[in-house]
Ligand binder design. Structure first.
Ligand SMILES: Cc1ncc(COP(=O)(O)O)c(C=O)c1O
Length: 388
């Protein structure tokens, strides 16, 4: 990887040391330009007219997203966030009283809130599968939890609060063996970790644009396997996701656009298409290799600082690096920010079950991406030593 050129094409790196790609990455100059050019055209020629002229470019969003995850373009829907993508899939599943949802300890708060909502509204059961000693979902316990009532396995691939990578493919084998719907929250894994939906065997995958994909804020997407589409009941129907054919009849679209609505931020969509192109041309395996290298290096250096405790779990660990120190997390984050380093605090309530299990209130999260340099890691360590 030509890190120097990549950094030259990333305007943010000259202003901040960015260890917050798990929050929102720094976008490339090309992602920024694609959006700015499109916005200027909208202002000059009109929004509808610009969209008509750029149809082929807008459609690249679907083909590039599909290419990255080994899906077909008809299986991709554009949304404004990962949460919207996830909810459109989740709430289209026709749950009935007594159905069971299997999930993990490291589940993201918004997902769990929706399970609780369906528990209240539809009287479904939620079964949280314990983790193994490495912190991943325990596959044996997962299999033991499967019975006739299980309708959905819903898993966060890489959680917001630690380096953990859950074994998505092994979970997929069980989903296939027992013919259960499988929803994968890939919000933190897309763009850093190689994802092949055919190998994973998930029926849905939700993701955001702004994190490891390095796309614009306010973007996300849903992958929905074409074979399950006819069995779903999407709730967000409009004149784009469905067709009003007679006074008392409508027909739902047959592709994943059944989860979209007509209006969207097309400049952001163009920006996300550009971000996908960059990931596809760099190669996701190379990106993952570099992210693993940098995050390992950061964890190693953090471990050398007295009082600092790396809190990442999992046999395979991602670019999300978390730690505690004798200083309150928010104070440490602010002190780092004053020195030009972007990090965030991950609070207990974002991943309540996992944080409670591990007796953690909050952790500082310093997430690395391929455009970070070894020098930036060294500088972060020096700054931490000074502050602590
Ligand atoms: C694991 C996980 N899932 C879902 C989300 C929600 O993503 P969005 O804010 O794009 O809706 C996040 C956000 O941090 C996340 O970390």
């Amino acid at each position: 990887m030509d890190i120097q050129t990549i950094r030259q094409n990333t305007p943010g790196v000259t202003h901040v040391v960015h260890f917050n790609s798990a929050g929102a990455s720094l976008v490339s100059q090309q992602v920024l330009d694609a959006q700015m050019d499109y916005l200027k055209k909208e202002a000059r020629y009109g929004g509808y007219e610009t969209a008509a002229k750029h149809k082929a470019q807008l459609d690249e969003f679907y083909s590039e997203a599909a290419r990255l995850i080994n899906a077909s373009p008809e299986e991709i829907a554009f949304t404004e966030s990962a949460t919207v993508a996830w909810q459109r899939a989740f709430f289209s599943i026709p749950f009935k009283k007594g159905d069971t949802i299997l999930t993990t300890k490291a589940e993201y708060a918004s997902n769990f809130i929706s399970y609780l909502y369906q528990k209240k509204e539809k009287e479904v059961n939620i079964r949280v599968i314990p983790s193994n000693s490495a912190g991943e979902i325990d596959l044996q316990k997962l299999e033991e939890s499967i019975d006739e009532s299980v309708k959905l396995i819903s898993i966060t691939h890489i959680p917001t609060n630690s380096g953990l990578v859950n074994p998505a493919e092994k979970i997929g084998e069980l989903a296939k063996k027992y013919n259960i719907l499988y929803l994968l929250d890939a919000c933190q894994s897309i763009g850093q970790y190689p994802i092949d939906v055919k190998k994973i065997g998930c029926h849905f995958l939700s993701a955001t644009g702004r994190k490891y994909l390095r796309g614009p804020r306010g973007t996300g997407f849903l992958y929905a396997n074409k074979e399950v589409l006819p069995s779903l009941k999407p709730f967000n129907l409009d004149l784009h996701s469905a067709n009003w054919v007679k006074a008392d009849t409508y027909e739902v679209r047959a592709d994943a656009k059944m989860f979209e609505t007509w209006e969207s931020n097309l400049a952001a969509k163009i920006g996300l298409a550009q971000a996908f192109k960059e990931v596809n041309s760099l190669g996701i395996n190379k990106i993952w290799e570099r992210v693993v290298h940098l995050s390992k290096y950061l964890r190693n250096e953090l471990n050398k600082i007295e009082g600092v405790k790396v809190t990442d779990i999992g046999a395979v660990q991602s670019g999300i690096v978390t730690f505690t120190s004798p200083m309150a997390a928010i104070k440490l984050k602010e002190a780092l920010s004053a020195k030009g380093f972007n990090t965030v605090v991950s609070h207990k309530s974002s991943t309540l079950l996992d944080m409670e299990d591990r007796n953690l209130e909050e952790v500082v999260r310093a997430s690395v991406h391929y455009y970070n340099s070894e020098q930036e890691v060294n500088d972060l360590i020096t700054a931490l030593r000074q502050i602590l």
